[in-house]
Design a protein around this ligand. Structure first.
Ligand SMILES: NC(=O)c1ccc[n+]([C@@H]2O[C@H](COP(=O)([O-])OP(=O)(O)OC[C@H]3O[C@@H](n4cnc5c(N)ncnc54)[C@H](O)[C@@H]3O)[C@@H](O)[C@H]2O)c1
Length: 364
């Protein structure tokens, strides 16, 4: 583990700080202070969006790994009962600049994990302002709070939607980023802000470009106010909440004509965030399994797991849906030591189904 990897700060950056000989001793203690929680298994982590789907599971995993967590969420999309009872919970709004700065100042986190965002692609095409305001402008308040309060690490939930339709699959991090909706654009804008904050303030960041998060832990699962994700929508049929599911496009250039996507277990996503907290880990990383599954394969797996026949209605293609989105996640594996534990679709669907059976109305 690289314990002393934070960039050196110069006298020009900190004119009130000490002479070079004192520097060495103080820098040592400064690094040791930050490294200690990593070595001893406990960091103070501030998590925005920790009442949402991915945030709730990541918070649980952080706590299970011995970290101390403060959750900040406005509960517009998240759920109070999705927040692990071991956290300090703050119901707050990122657009309230004074409020978020106060919350970060009081929590004094070593690391910030930023899940909070609006994430409906379709809505972003009809209300782009909501996306740029929340995902960019409100996110900026958090970034400023991070710098003002000396946070050492900023971990950001980005998305494969920053790439737009890819030139090739599997998709590596160096592909051109040409988002085709304001949601993807807003995430790309935040990625760029992170680069500037890294350069100017030496704020270490990791930005994860998730593919399709899916599955559940024992306790926490997927309950979006408006559900656009395939697996929870298909599972509504065996839950008795829908009579059929819809397939958009059956004439894509894929083996069965339906779109192929990369599903990654939410517990595996969470594990990557915990690895990203180690000092010295920086940059942009795809998080996916590298295996694609078609819409028909997902439905077939849901049928096998639930033992229920799932009727389908075939609809025309939706505009802007690329035939195949599959991640190359070798960078996360090689640089962070990340290894998904639940790579198979069957395992992902089983955990989702177990959670939905126990919580048929989600957190309602
Ligand atoms: N779910 C996926 O498959 C997926 C894929 C790619 C990227 N992402 C990104 O991952 C993150 C989490 O996704 P999710 O599916 O858990 O979403 P989610 O909607 O379940 O969670 C987001 C949480 O952020 C909170 N929030 C939003 N705006 C806020 C604000 N202004 N102030 C305070 N809290 C606010 C919401 O109340 C909610 O609890 C998002 O940033 C999303 O863009 C998700």
């Amino acid at each position: 583990m690289r314990a002393f990897a934070f960039p050196e700060r110069t006298h020009e950056e900190h004119p009130r700080i000490r002479k070079p000989c004192e520097d060495i001793t103080l820098e040592f203690w400064h690094c040791l202070l930050f490294a200690a929680p990593v070595f001893f298994g406990s960091m103070n982590v501030f998590v925005t969006g920790g009442a949402g789907y991915i945030g709730s599971v990541c918070v649980e995993e952080l706590l299970n790994s011995g970290h101390k967590v403060t959750v900040f969420d406005n509960l517009t999309e998240g759920h109070r009962s999705a927040v692990d009872s071991r956290t300090t919970f703050i119901q707050g709004e990122l657009s309230d600049e004074a409020g978020i700065k106060r919350a970060v100042r009081e929590a004094k986190p070593e690391a910030i994990i930023h899940f909070a965002a609006n994430a409906l692609v379709g809505e972003s095409m009809t209300n782009p302002g909501k996306y740029f305001r929340n995902n960019v402008a409100s996110g900026l308040n958090l970034l400023e709070a991070a710098v003002e309060n000396g946070a050492k690490k900023f971990v950001f939930s980005s998305t494969c939607a920053t790439y737009g339709p890819p030139d090739r699959v599997p998709m590596t991090e160096d592909l051109p980023q040409r988002p085709i909706n304001p949601y993807g654009e807003s995430k790309l804008m935040f990625e760029k802000m992170l680069l500037w904050y890294q350069q100017i303030y030496k704020l270490e960041f990791v930005a994860f470009r998730y593919f399709n998060a899916a599955g559940a832990s024992e306790q926490f699962g997927e309950h979006h106010r408006i559900e656009t994700h395939l697996i929870p929508n298909v599972l509504k049929v065996p839950l008795g909440q829908a009579t059929q599911c819809e397939i958009y496009g059956t004439d894509y250039p894929t083996p069965d004509g339906t779109c192929i996507r990369d599903y990654i277990h939410v517990v595996d996503l969470s594990a990557a965030h915990i690895l990203a907290l180690a000092p010295g880990k920086q940059g942009f990383f795809n998080l996916g399994n590298g295996d694609g599954y078609s819409v028909r394969e997902v439905i077939k797996t849901c049928e096998a797991v639930t033992g229920t026949k799932i009727p389908v209605i075939e609809q025309p293609r939706r505009p802007g849906d690329p035939p195949k989105l599959v991640a190359a996640a070798d960078k996360a594996k090689n640089e962070l030591g990340w290894k998904p534990k639940f790579p198979k679709l069957q395992q992902i669907v089983e955990t989702a189904w177990n959670w939905h059976k126990k919580h048929p109305k989600g957190y309602a």
